[in-house]
Design a protein around this ligand. Structure first.
Ligand code: ZN
Length: 512
């Protein structure tokens, strides 16, 4: 292989036959800790374990994507308040497109601008994935060839700038946490959890694909929040991790307490078992997270094995993870990487070693549960069909080509596939423990003539019209209209509100 090392040696680096070294890093840390090596005999990935500015980060991501152009690309999902690109790097054997039955996973960091470790870990991870793929690392090649991975190292680059200006020694607990409008992005998502709770009196209530309430749009919506909402609505993500700092624990939804007056209350989703397994996947593969010392960052709370239900830790509304779960198919956990939100540079390599296996295991764990395709009798995939599991009040919907993924623990499950205009199909599935990949369960639905009252969920087109996001094109499409003209300068939600006029449409009354 002509290109065994990640770094090009520019004038800041010294090189020998084995690769490029930053003499400053070599001085700062021991040789052992400056370089990540698989083994002394084999060529290995070399990463600079330093902090990177926003410009340097963008540069690393773009450089990585061009080194690995067969399996990587970068794309922007929008801009921050101060106009910085919100850049994502994607790894896949077919970058830029969804492959049938191939699960999609995302990793997000630096949502709080002053929680910077996750951002660095994700930058290192992109370099590691690219380099190891090229070096022929079998595990990494298998992962990338079978998974579409989206890595978003900095959701709040404006906040990062503020925190980085203070630096490791002076950065306090909150400086740079919020975005440039002083909005805490992890409180800025629509509060769908309250809606889910208010539905519980209804016998047949579900907790999925809850529309964004109108009132949300009258509040302040940060551009970073908006960009992420649009992003997670346009890609069929299966699972996600959001990396934070300030504690050492993995928390999972709900983050908002089911009791309005109880700020620390166990508030499980219908997918408690699957979420616990997902959280454990990260905590167990981390070198110290699952240890049972309960007050390592000064606060004592009821974590077990390094994981905790979010609302049991502390309750808050408007979080990103609850939104993922209640509005889309995606299951998101929150990873608190350590007590120090802004560790010293010398700690970065140690932290990479602590988290590397956890990050890899988390991405690999998307190949669990059940997946398949829902088709009609002609063999065409049915988009937007619901997959229900008996006993779990949370449905998953099929993607564009009728494919779906259902994270669920081992055992016997009764699955039902349904779609408007088709008859339901039910299947009993046994998912063995220790299964190394997702079980495949396909459905063929027959056309049916249904009476309107037999439709017990809102039809897809109703849902689409209700949701203001559908007034927008996907972020990857051109900003120009079909004929190349600029789009109208109306607010993006304009069409949504003007569509209905004064009267409430009757179908709204029927949707829960
Ligand atoms: Zn945070």
């Amino acid at each position: 292989m002509a290109w065994p090392y990640f770094l090009d040696c520019d004038r800041f680096f010294v090189s020998d036959q084995e690769g490029c070294y930053d003499p400053l890093v070599m001085l700062r840390a021991s040789q052992e800790t400056a370089l990540a090596r698989m083994s002394p005999e084999e060529p290995s990935t070399i990463i600079q374990f330093t902090y990177q500015s926003n410009a340097q980060m963008i540069n690393v991501l773009k450089k990585t994507a061009s080194k690995c152009s067969d399996v990587a690309r970068t794309y922007s999902i929008g801009r921050s308040v101060e106009g910085k690109d919100l850049l994502v790097i994607e790894f896949s054997d077919n970058p830029g497109q969804h492959d049938l039955l191939e699960p999609e996973v995302k990793l997000i960091a630096n949502m709080h601008g002053n929680e910077v470790l996750g951002r660095q870990l994700l930058i290192y991870l992109t370099q590691y994935l690219c380099s190891e793929y090229l070096l022929g690392n079998h595990r990494i090649q298998t992962l990338i060839n079978n998974t579409r991975i989206h890595i978003f190292p900095s959701m709040n680059p404006d906040g990062y700038d503020l925190a980085a200006a203070e630096g490791h020694v002076y950065n306090g607990w909150t400086s740079g946490r919020a975005n440039a409008q002083n909005i805490d992005l992890n409180r800025n998502f629509p509060d769908l959890t309250s809606i889910a709770y208010s539905r519980r009196r209804n016998k047949r209530y579900r907790t999925d694909h809850i529309p964004i309430p109108d009132s949300y749009w009258f509040g302040k919506v940060a551009p970073e929040t908006y960009a992420v909402m649009k992003w997670i609505r346009s890609i069929p993500f299966v699972q996600s991790a959001s990396l934070h700092g300030g504690e050492l624990v993995v928390s999972y939804p709900y983050d908002f307490s089911k009791h309005p007056l109880e700020e620390k209350m166990f508030s499980p989703t219908p997918d408690e078992q699957a979420f616990k397994q997902l959280a454990r996947t990260y905590a167990d593969a981390h070198t110290t997270m699952a240890d049972n010392d309960t007050d390592r960052c000064g606060a004592s709370f009821g974590r077990k094995g390094g994981i905790i239900n979010g609302a049991l830790w502390y309750s808050f509304a408007g979080g990103m993870s609850d939104f993922n779960y209640l509005h889309t198919n995606c299951f998101e956990i929150t990873v608190e990487l350590g007590c120090d939100k802004f560790p010293a540079e010398e700690e970065l390599y140690t932290e990479w070693k602590r988290n590397k296996e956890a990050l890899l295991s988390f991405m690999e764990s998307v190949h669990r549960g059940i997946k398949g395709i829902v088709k009609d009798e002609q063999g065409n995939g049915i988009k937007g069909a619901s997959i229900s599991i008996r006993g779990i009040r949370h449905d998953i919907r099929t993607a564009e080509d009728g494919d779906y993924w259902r994270l669920v623990n081992s055992g016997v499950h009764i699955l039902t596939a349904s779609a408007p205009g088709y008859t339901k199909v039910m299947k009993k599935v046994f998912l063995p423990a220790q299964m190394q990949k997702a079980g495949r369960v396909d459905f063929v639905l027959k056309k049916a003539v249904l009476e309107p009252e037999q439709v017990d969920f809102p039809a897809m087109d109703t849902y689409d019209r209700f949701d203001p996001y559908n007034q927008f094109e996907r972020y990857s499409l051109s900003e120009l209209g079909e004929n190349g003209e600029d789009r109208q300068e109306k607010p993006w939600w304009w069409g949504y509100f003007t569509q209905f006029g004064e009267s409430t449409p009757t179908w709204l009354l029927r949707s829960y």
